[in-house]
Ligand binder design. Structure first.
Ligand SMILES: [Zn+2]
Length: 390
């Protein structure tokens, strides 16, 4: 089995190839965009394109040895790193680095066996210091067979702060700032706000947006053999995020269901309902399923924004429009503020706060934010006017 082709993102791919062939592609890039939008897949595609041995116009050709190796995730000059679980027990630094590398190779092997497997975001994983050291050591070597080396570093915001070893962190930053010749780093992040600020200034940020629903449906039909009607339905719900669509296609129950109920409870603004919602969570383990739920709440809110500004939009599950019928009486700006409340809740979850408390606080903030237009609201709760914004 090998990697599936990239669907969509035509304009972005064209721009990247143009920059590369004109010799203008920066050596340190950061792909940002929603989870499941295909950032790492695009980064790998860029790697194949840069190392492909065919004529510049048809890269990646998919036929040369370099392309074959890249598609099989076996290319010796494309190094794909991503967060993995920390090995258990007290280990020597060498042993720890070895174990982390083993864990990475295991993930790569299972990706090779099944490139269509959906990947659950796992917040117990990270890019630990020994992994960063591994990247540095590989970057100091000459490429094995190609004209250059490409590093893909997924979910780069989960690079753990390296206060205990500032020299290693600095060396990595130096690598980004002045990469060795013919070396390209592509970092990806769906939460770039959590990246170490020192990384920001050293990379060119590139936005990866979801593809359209029809492209997602085409992917599901052609690559996974999903029936057309089901493919359309899943594509709608994924919001054009193919990675998310793969997860949804596997799930028996719609994982957005609890998130939609959560938002409904906030809009209904009945304390008993809000209490029931927050009490339903376990009082611990915020970094696991609870964080996934918050991601879903954000996805629902973003759909609400789409509906609020364009109720005829085909990009959104029509069922949601019916479910949240009070929607149109809410000022669209308030949905945007609502998303920022979810962001704060997620930060609290990352800090391993109590999910029940985080949910209760979030529900009360959302309830306050999402009151219908014209309902009584004390003056002090109005959003501050942003000066010079118009
Ligand atoms: Zn090729």
């Amino acid at each position: 089995m090998s990697l599936r082709p990239v669907y969509g993102h035509e304009e972005l791919r064209r721009r990247l190839l143009e920059s590369a062939s004109a010799g203008r592609l920066p050596q340190s890039l950061l792909f940002t965009g929603p989870e499941g939008a295909g950032k790492q897949r695009l980064a790998l595609w860029l790697g194949s394109s840069l190392l492909c041995t065919a004529d510049a116009v048809e890269r990646p050709c998919g036929r040369c040895r370099s392309c074959h190796l890249a598609d099989d995730l076996q290319h010796p000059d494309i190094h794909w790193f991503f967060p993995v679980q920390s090995p258990k027990g007290s280990l020597t630094p060498e042993k720890r680095r070895e174990k982390l590398e083993e864990a990475r190779l295991e993930v790569l092997a299972s990706r090779r066996d099944n490139p269509l497997q959906s990947v659950e975001p796992d917040r117990s994983t990270a890019l630990y210091l020994p992994v960063v050291e591994e990247i540095r050591s590989r970057a100091s070597r000459r490429p094995a067979m190609s004209s250059g080396t490409v590093f893909v570093i997924g979910d780069a915001e989960r690079m753990v702060p390296q206060a205990s070893s500032p020299e290693a962190a600095n060396a990595f930053l130096k690598l980004l700032e002045e990469p060795p010749p013919d070396t390209v780093f592509v970092l990806t992040s769906s939460r770039p706000g959590l990246l170490l600020p020192t990384i920001w200034s050293r990379v060119l940020s590139v936005r990866v947006t979801p593809v359209d629903t029809n492209t997602t449906a085409r992917f599901l039909e052609q690559e996974t053999g999903l029936a057309p009607a089901r493919a359309q339905e899943v594509a709608h719900r994924s919001g054009g995020r193919i990675g998310a669509a793969l997860r949804l296609a596997e799930a028996t129950e719609d994982p957005r269901e609890p998130a939609t109920r959560f938002v409904q409870a906030a809009i209904a603004n009945r304390p008993s309902e809000r209490w029931a919602q927050s009490a339903a969570f376990a009082p611990a383990g915020a970094r696991g399923g609870f964080s996934d739920m918050l991601d879903m709440v954000e996805a629902v809110l973003r759909d609400c924004i789409t509906i609020a500004v364009d109720s005829g939009s085909s990009a959104v599950d029509p069922d949601l429009v019916d479910r949240l019928s009070e929607l149109r009486t809410i000022d669209p700006k308030r949905w945007i503020s609502a998303v920022s409340h979810v962001d704060q809740a997620r930060d609290a979850a990352l800090g391993n706060g109590n999910p029940q408390v985080i949910a209760a606080v979030l529900l009360s903030r959302l309830a306050r934010e999402l009151r219908p237009v014209g309902s009584d609201r004390p003056e002090r709760l109005r959003p501050a006017r942003v000066s010079g914004a118009s």
